[in-house]
Design a protein. Structure first.
Length: 485
């Protein structure tokens, strides 16, 4: 047993308790120089023995810490306790082995964090290191694997490891800093020393109640700062530069006019026409009650019915797109074989497919201000003329697309049974495999081929996006009233 002064207090310790000493402490540096504990070796031995280091808020093992940022010491079983700022023998990547300083070595805290975060991705590892207060002192992402492999015994050596003698030398070189002096030799310069020497300060008038060299509270300030007077030459130059300034414009600012337009003349021109139209409508329009009585209840129901666009597909069992897989294809942008989708539906108790499938398509619109709005466009998918009759006598006015397999019998019951006439009124899409050769039957049908890859499911999204782009362009040109604003 022995007595030793640590931070102004005498502490009793045994020779086995040398690991409790902080290698950077000014009072213990000289006495531990001859027998420095190897924190890195102790940590490696702990890892390989499948023990877990414990974070502490003090040197006592009875004060565990919740996080690395709150901890001050690390307890390495069975009996070692180190300050988390203890330098280790592992050098940083860009360090030369000729002259190693403490700033060139990773601390025990950095080694501990690198091992505990070995499974974190690089961005999360860097973010967590900043949150724990490591910052630039953390083990770099490129060195982390080497450190972990050495700690776990996968590798037995590394170029970044230095001898304990070099660690001792680095600690010895840091001894002046540990004692409290950070002033390099031969500083400050002699003329600065003379300026602030006791003799020069004693000659300056001082207030008896103020310390030497300090101005008493309420004393007059130094001469006021001279008011800035701009140079006349600079003023003229700035005026010329501003006169020739070219304002940068974007696609929004170029559309803005420089003058205010007055449309009062246009309003006055149409005022008489609008007045006459209102008068004529008031004279000829029947009373609202008579109109309501004369209208059939079915017509009122039709007025309230949603005007959703309709897509018709082939009812052929060999078609790539059927009522079993069309929803997953158009709504989720994923192609599934019709046989697979049918088996899944039957396993869920759906023996027959639905005769009407609802497709809810999400539309994202970005306004000029940058605000993103998401809306929804609904489509109806059917595969027969019988299902189409459920939507009223004008249902064909809402049909915007027909998917075909190239078989003309598909159109026998349609409003237009001739393919050339049909695809003049609706958008035609021929769905086939990507490796299929061109079908000569559809050469004159005015249809667009939609190729589906048999293996690469990751390109389904681009295929579906291409389909919606084709349909949007066609609807904008031919049936804009069915597009939701």
């Amino acid at each position: 047993m022995a007595m030793m002064a640590v931070d102004g207090k005498f502490t009793t310790f045994s020779t086995e308790d040398h690991h409790l000493l902080n290698p950077l402490s000014s009072t213990t540096l000289n006495k531990t120089m001859s027998n420095i504990p190897d924190a890195l070796h102790s940590f490696r031995r702990c890892i390989q023995s499948r023990n877990q280091p414990i974070l502490l808020t003090s040197a006592s093992t009875s004060t565990p810490a919740d996080s690395l940022s709150q901890a001050t010491h690390i307890h390495i079983p069975p009996s070692d306790v180190f300050s988390k700022s203890t330098p280790t023998r592992w050098m940083k990547g860009s360090t030369s082995t000729s002259n190693v300083t403490l700033n060139d070595l990773y601390t025990l805290e950095a080694i501990y964090f690198a091992y505990q975060s070995k499974s974190l991705p690089a961005p999360n590892y860097t973010k967590q290191a900043r949150e724990d207060g490591l910052g630039i002192g953390m083990v770099s992402v490129t060195e982390r694997k080497m450190v972990v492999d050495w700690l776990e015994g996968i590798s037995e050596s590394s170029e970044a490891l230095i001898d304990l003698d070099k660690l001792t030398a680095a600690l010895k070189a840091a001894e002046p800093s540990a004692s409290g002096s950070t002033t390099p030799p031969s500083t400050p310069p002699p003329h600065i020393k003379q300026l602030y020497s006791d003799n020069s300060l004693s000659k300056a008038p001082q207030d008896s109640s103020s310390p030497a060299g300090l101005k008493p509270v309420g004393a007059p300030e130094s001469p006021q700062k001279r008011k800035y007077v701009p140079d006349t030459v600079d003023i003229e130059s700035v005026k010329k530069i501003r006169a020739q300034e070219i304002e940068l414009q974007d696609r929004n600012t170029v559309l803005r006019g420089n003058k205010t337009n007055n449309f009062s003349s246009v309003r006055a021109q149409f005022a008489d026409k609008v007045k006459k139209l209102k008068e004529s409508v008031g004279k000829t329009a029947p009373a609202p009650s008579s109109v309501m009585q004369g209208m059939d209840s079915k017509m009122l129901a039709q007025k309230k019915r949603p005007n959703w666009p309709i897509i018709m597909i082939s009812s052929s069992p060999t078609a790539l797109i059927t009522m079993y897989n069309v929803k997953k294809f158009l709504q989720e942008s994923t192609f599934e074989l019709s046989e697979t989708a049918r088996a899944r539906a039957q396993a869920e108790g759906n023996i027959r497919p639905d005769d009407v499938v609802i497709i809810d398509r999400k539309l994202t619109h970005i306004e000029p201000s940058g605000k993103e709005t998401v809306s929804q466009q609904r489509y109806i998918v059917i595969d027969s003329q019988d299902a189409l009759t459920k939507f009223g006598a004008d249902a064909w006015d809402r049909v915007v697309c027909v998917m075909t397999t190239g078989q003309a019998w598909q159109f026998r019951s349609y409003k237009w049974s001739e393919p050339k006439v049909l695809f003049h009124h609706v958008k035609g899409v021929y769905v086939s495999w990507a490796n299929d050769s061109s079908n000569p039957k559809i050469k004159d049908w005015n249809v667009t081929e939609l190729k589906i890859d048999q293996q690469r499911r990751h390109i389904d999204k681009s295929v579906v996006a291409h389909f919606w782009k084709l349909l949007d362009d066609w609807m904008s040109a031919n049936k804009p009233g069915l597009i939701r604003n």
